[in-house]
Design a protein around this ligand. Structure first.
Ligand code: COA
Length: 351
């Protein structure tokens, strides 16, 4: 009987696939072994860094306690050790950037939020490129949401006047602030220097959106509605400006950090940053005073004859808190930047 050509080809192919599979199997075994070794090494490095830091602190405390009773030679040795320790702290920082992070540095709330939503999983991004990509994605996400919010508030202000479409908008805002808070917590976990207030600001904004969402329709709601939509429209425009500024900083800082990149200097970065900031700040401050004005309007509305809703004084208080927090933090950030105007340190966007 003649053999079937197609089946013979298949059998030959299977043999060659078997050979390929044994290579794959060996590679996979090697990969698993290296992954295990990697986890062991990661854990060992984290433990050793923590141990070193603890011992350094102990040494520093002892030096401090005995600072009054040491002789000249000892003082020289101590100074040398302290200088070495300072250098090591920088090295530790670089090492930690490439190791899984302990979430202890986060606020209690942030830690709870992460575990409640994601469960006990690690959100450490070990590669610099991954951290940059995540931050870049976060900025893009905020930008797209800002455009959606602009369209929503424009439609609500000029085209439709339904409580349902307002509620939809408040719901989108609520979802946006929850998502941004989660992303910012992950960013902070991975070394971003986002000030605590901005994260807290988003927690408060979640509450505000919730309160506005459940504020029942009525004469008082209608009296505030247009002002809120105008504010939202303005906020979207400011956020677009903020996006261009923040994204510009991100890309320039990245270029500064790249070895051999001659396109940008520290001075060039600082000039660009200050130009961006001085353009942005008047818009930000106007937005802050708009928040104060919202608080004032809501406060006066809470004394309106038809006002029975608790949402009115509650949102007045929240707008007031937002005004104080935003205004004072922005002023502090600017003052810090002025104080740190030192052309030698690139990290000083960074404070
Ligand atoms: N939200 C989220 N992240 C912020 C932030 C904000 N409002 N402000 C700063 N950051 C981040 C930066 O991107 C940077 O992140 P990185 O460490 O991952 O690179 C980090 O915090 C440190 O930034 P910093 O140097 O303190 O400030 P900046 O130069 O990036 O921005 C301002 C300064 C004033 C422009 C910015 O803080 C801001 O826009 N504040 C006003 C926000 C506001 O009031 N909004 C309401 C308007 S009505």
């Amino acid at each position: 009987m003649m053999s079937n050509r197609q089946v013979t080809d298949c059998i030959d192919e299977w043999k060659s696939l078997e050979k390929e599979y044994s290579v794959l199997d060996a590679d996979f075994e090697k990969y698993r072994q290296q992954l295990d070794d990697l986890y062991v090494l990661q854990e060992r490095c984290v433990k050793m860094i923590n141990h070193q830091k603890k011992r350094y602190q102990h040494l520093l405390d002892t030096f401090k306690e005995n600072s009054g009773i040491i002789n000249g030679e000892e003082k020289k040795a101590v100074n040398e050790i302290e200088a070495q320790m300072n250098k090591r702290q920088n090295n530790f920082k670089q090492m930690e950037d490439n190791l899984p992070r302990d979430s202890g540095a986060l606020f209690f709330f942030d830690r709870k939020l992460l575990t409640a939503i994601l469960g006990p999983m690690s959100v450490s991004l070990l590669k610099k490129q991954d951290r940059f990509k995540y931050k870049d994605e976060y900025e893009k996400f905020k930008f797209i949401c800002t455009i959606i919010m602009f369209v929503f508030s424009f439609t609500n202000l000029f085209l439709v006047e339904f409580r349902f479409s307002d509620a939809l908008y408040h719901f989108v805002l609520l979802w946006y602030y929850c998502t941004v808070t989660l992303r910012e917590t992950i960013l902070r976990h991975n070394g971003s220097r986002i000030k605590g207030w901005w994260v807290f600001h988003h927690y408060i904004s979640c509450v505000l959106s919730g309160v506005l969402l459940i504020w029942p329709d009525g004469p008082v709601y209608q009296l505030f509605r247009n002002q809120f939509m105008t504010f939202s429209l303005y906020l979207s425009l400011v956020q677009v400006l903020q996006y261009y500024y923040q994204r510009g900083c991100l890309y320039r800082l990245r270029a500064l950090g790249e070895k051999g990149n001659m396109d940008i200097t520290v001075e060039g970065f600082q000039t660009w940053m200050w130009r961006g900031l001085t353009f942005l700040l008047p818009f930000l401050f106007f937005g802050h005073f708009f928040q104060l004005y919202n608080a004032y309007t809501l406060y006066t509305l809470s004394y309106h004859d038809d006002c029975v809703e608790w949402q009115v004084p509650a949102s007045a208080l929240i707008f007031l808190a937002l005004f104080f927090g935003n205004f004072s933090t922005t002023v502090l950030v600017v003052l810090q930047k002025v104080r740190n105007l030192n052309p030698k340190k690139p990290a000083d966007k960074t404070n």
